[in-house]
Design a protein around this ligand. Structure first.
Ligand code: NDP
Length: 269
């Protein structure tokens, strides 16, 4: 009863971007188990996530949307309001990464750690998805919260890469985008505090998802990371859920503008 009062999400509507796989998939199931109706947003499909939510006894539906496209974002949010009536929680999680150097010298050996020299197009694409996409979703959702006087919770996916610089791979655009997410979060938390909308960010360390596994990551890089984990392993996506549930729920009523780092001690070293 007391736990339900603190952490229960019955009657809430939660939007999860990037819910088709990885962390977003696990969080969709977790939010549904806590009682929320979950709306999954991604570019491909969410068949597997919806099956998992329904197996867990929850309710979910999918809306196809590229979060970098303002018109699609606004249409998506309007469609969710038409179908579900409101949005209480946004888990703003869609993201991408590349491992490329800013400068590769002629004949330089990259040793499987980096995939070459990043183009401006690649830099822009990472910034567009990770930072601008989260901004567009946050603004569109917060507008509905203000209109409907919903004291909602927006959880922006950042990363420990917004605080430290990962090695040995190079990912300047990713690191810059996540540092941007952390400060954008603080800025929007202050801007929307008068409406009772809380905005926080979550900064995981390495998490075992398609983004951190082959073929996206070369075996050489996985081997290089291996001795760096204080807890001797990556996180499981499920290990982020308690922090997400806290930020989404009434328990976090006095938490806004915070960045919660869940990294197994990685940033301490
Ligand atoms: P995955 O690659 O497994 O999943 C990424 C998700 O984002 C997919 O559902 C993808 O769906 C969606 N997505 C990507 N681009 C867009 C877009 N333009 N519009 C809508 N949806 C999009 O990644 P993770 O689950 O590992 O990562 C999720 C978040 O967590 C990211 O923001 C990532 O930076 C962050 N993170 C991950 C860590 C890790 O080690 N895995 C560590 C720290 C932070 P689709 O392709 O169908 O569009």
């Amino acid at each position: 009863m007391y736990l339900e009062e603190l952490f229960g999400l019955n009657g809430k509507v939660a939007v999860v971007t990037g819910g088709s796989r990885g962390i977003g998939q696990v969080v969709s199931v977790g939010l549904a188990k806590a009682g929320a109706e979950v709306v999954i947003v991604a570019r491909s499909n969410a068949d597997e996530t919806i099956r998992l939510v329904e197996e867990a006894g929850g309710k979910a539906y999918f809306v196809r949307c590229d979060v970098t496209d303002e018109a699609q974002v606004n249409k998506t949010v309007a469609g969710i309001i038409a179908r579900s009536g409101k949005i209480d929680i946004l888990f703003n999680n869609a993201g991408t990464c590349y491992h490329k150097k800013a400068i590769v010298l002629e004949g330089e050996e990259l040793g499987g750690l980096n995939d070459g020299e990043a183009t401006l197009e690649e830099w822009n694409s990472v910034l567009n998805i990770n930072l601008t996409g989260e901004y567009l979703m946050a603004v569109a959702v917060a507008r509905t919260m203000i209109e409907k006087k919903i004291k909602g919770s927006i959880i922006n996916m950042a990363s420990m890469s917004g605080t430290i610089v990962n090695v040995p791979q190079c990912q300047a655009a990713y690191n810059a985008s996540k540092a941007g997410v952390i400060h954008m979060t603080k800025s929007l938390a202050i801007e929307w505090a008068d409406y009772g909308i809380r905005v926080n960010s979550l900064s995981p360390g390495y998490v075992r998802t398609p983004m951190s596994q082959p073929p996206f990551v070369h075996q050489e890089l996985l081997d290089a990371w291996d001795p760096m984990f204080p807890l001797h392993r990556m996180a499981k996506p499920e290990e982020l859920m308690p922090a997400v549930l806290y930020l989404a729920s009434p328990a976090a009523g006095y938490t806004t503008g915070s960045d919660i780092i869940v990294d197994g001690g990685y940033c301490c070293v």
